[in-house]
Design a binder for this molecule. Structure first.
Ligand SMILES: C[S@@+](CC[C@H](N)C(=O)[O-])C[C@H]1O[C@@H](n2cnc3c(N)ncnc32)[C@H](O)[C@@H]1O
Length: 361
């Protein structure tokens, strides 16, 4: 399945396909990420309910699951480019874009660089800034909400290839950590944005899918309404990607734009980027509630759901058994299956390719 905007740790489709027949007509994924699971089930006639705490994940899932008016997008995107090319800015850095937590600890994924702005040459930075401000302007002139989100999406897709993180001959997807390779080859932001306009408008989905998106916390989500739905999800586990740290590359830019306000109007609540609410195993962070406590809370919250399918991977046997025991203690009556996925990027620190699927009904 083609996804317009990429995200980390996208699950292999073969895995989802194998379990889709076990799911009821409504499927809930409270750790929705790129929206792959909800899109997959919706394309097969079911309803997909998506939740994620991360506003960047929400943006990614939005462009991957919502129909967008191609002709309006194209017209407005070229207008953005025209405005941006004429715009001048003296801006040199983004505000509050340091790769540090509030308590002064640095991001786990920070290597050598100090802030997001440093990842761009001044020329690229300024061109990107003009694109972002031009999008704000065009959005203000009154366009459909999905088109506006897609414009910010195309902007995000422009960031990595325009940054100093882009290696020569490497693909246009990155940010596994914050570093500048010795041989980098950043591309011209205006050219990349134009490429993304074409790329996006070729690949929008055209029909309305039965998908509901929520920007919210899996630990406080009201599951009661969805008790007879199937929970089908993959929470972040021990050797996981630092989703919010890495999304900060995009968020540092988006928060300078009208994106947070626009989204707030649409979803009816303030849009924040809250590291402390994220469930993630991060040995650097001093979260008040530990990773394991949060995971336990999630299991308790979802205990009453009729059917549950949880995907994870963990190469350390001890840790793996501890997690399984925890799930069994809370959910009860679990079955475990394993699935080795070939032809997929290796997962985990040690490069394994085995997923564990826990089923409880
Ligand atoms: C393993 S990823 C999901 C990947 C997804 N299945 C895909 O294929 O793209 C886990 C997701 O959980 C989200 N997450 C972490 N803590 C959360 C919380 N408290 N509430 C909701 N989502 C959370 C992260 O932002 C991340 O997107």
């Amino acid at each position: 399945m083609f996804m317009l905007l990429r995200y980390w740790e996208r699950k292999p489709e073969s895995l989802i396909e194998k379990y889709i027949d076990y799911t009821s007509d409504v499927v809930l994924d409270p750790f929705g990420g790129s929206g792959l699971i909800v899109r997959y089930v919706a394309e097969r006639g079911k309803e997909g309910i998506y939740v994620d705490i991360n506003p960047y994940a929400y943006l990614v899932a939005f462009v991957n699951t919502q129909p967008i008016d191609k002709s309006e997008f194209k017209e407005k995107a070229y207008e953005v480019l025209e405005i941006a090319r004429k715009m001048r800015t003296r801006k040199r850095v983004l505000s509050n874009d340091y790769l540090y937590y509030k308590d002064g600890k640095s991001f786990l994924k920070k290597e050598k660089v100090e802030r997001v702005s440093e990842l761009f040459t001044l020329d690229s930075f300024r061109k990107l800034y003009t694109i972002l401000k031009a999008i704000d302007k065009v959005v203000d002139s009154g366009i459909q909400f999905p088109t506006a989100i897609a414009l910010y999406g195309a902007f995000c897709a422009t960031l990595f290839p325009s940054s100093k993180m882009k290696r020569k001959n490497a693909g246009s997807w990155g940010v596994p950590s914050y570093w500048v390779p010795e041989k980098h080859e950043e591309q011209d932001p205006y050219q990349v944005f134009e490429r993304q306009i074409e790329n996006f408008s070729r690949k929008f989905i055209t029909k309305q899918l039965n998908v509901k998106l929520f920007l919210g916390n899996a630990l406080t989500f009201k599951y009661g309404k969805y008790r007879s739905a199937t929970l089908f999800t993959d929470p972040p586990f021990f050797d996981e990607i630092q989703y919010m740290e890495l999304s900060f590359f995009y968020w540092a830019w988006l928060k300078e734009s009208k994106f947070p306000l626009l989204l707030k109007k649409y979803i009816g609540k303030r849009v924040t980027f809250s590291f402390s609410e994220e469930i993630v195993y991060n040995p650097v962070r001093n979260d008040k509630i530990s990773y394991e406590q949060k995971l336990e809370l999630f299991l308790k919250k979802t205990k009453k759901m009729k059917e549950k399918i949880l995907i994870f991977h963990e190469e350390n046997e001890k840790v793996r058994n501890r997690i399984i025991e925890k799930i069994n203690n809370i959910w009860g009556r679990i079955e475990i299956e394993t699935e080795v996925v070939h032809n997929h990027r290796k997962i985990g620190k040690r490069g394994g390719n085995e997923y564990i699927i826990v089923i409880s009904s």
